[in-house]
Design a protein around this ligand. Sequence first.
Ligand code: SF4
Ligand code: SF4
Length: 153
Amino acid sequence: MKGMGITLKHLFDKKVTRQYPEYKKETFERSRGLLTVDMDRCIACLQCMRICPDHCISIEQEKRDADGSGKAKPYAVGFVIDDSRCMYCSLCVEVCPVNCIYHTEEFEAQAYNRLELARQFGERPVDPTIDPKPAVKKKPKAAKQAPKKEAAA
Ligand code: SF4
Ligand code: SF4
């Protein structure tokens, strides 16, 4: 009876939960949602790809005279962000020199297949299964050779 009393008491209390996803709370001003890239401004400097600790950004670039200046410059033809790996650390956003990669307010990312979480930008899809920064095995240091004994005079 005591337990039922508590249940009945809370039954008529003011609700503190929301029926998600019908009712969504507004995101905070500096919240970090899914990333997006403005490909028109990207200069294919690859800094975001290099700094990403989770290897989730892959960029395919080629030299192209995109602005008609007669000089070929790096151009991002393909750009993929793998949401299944991203930890929303925002390092890529901070390092971008032209502020063209940024967080949106969108935070829902779900799929039946992990590969569906790789979002493609640009004109050419990039294979998200290829690690953009494969680990490089360091060569073992050569053992220090003992100095040769000088021949006895
Ligand atoms: S937010 Fe962090 S983990 Fe996600 S893509 Fe950018 S650098 Fe990588
Ligand atoms: S850091 Fe910015 S400009 Fe450079 S490749 Fe990434 S998104 Fe493009």
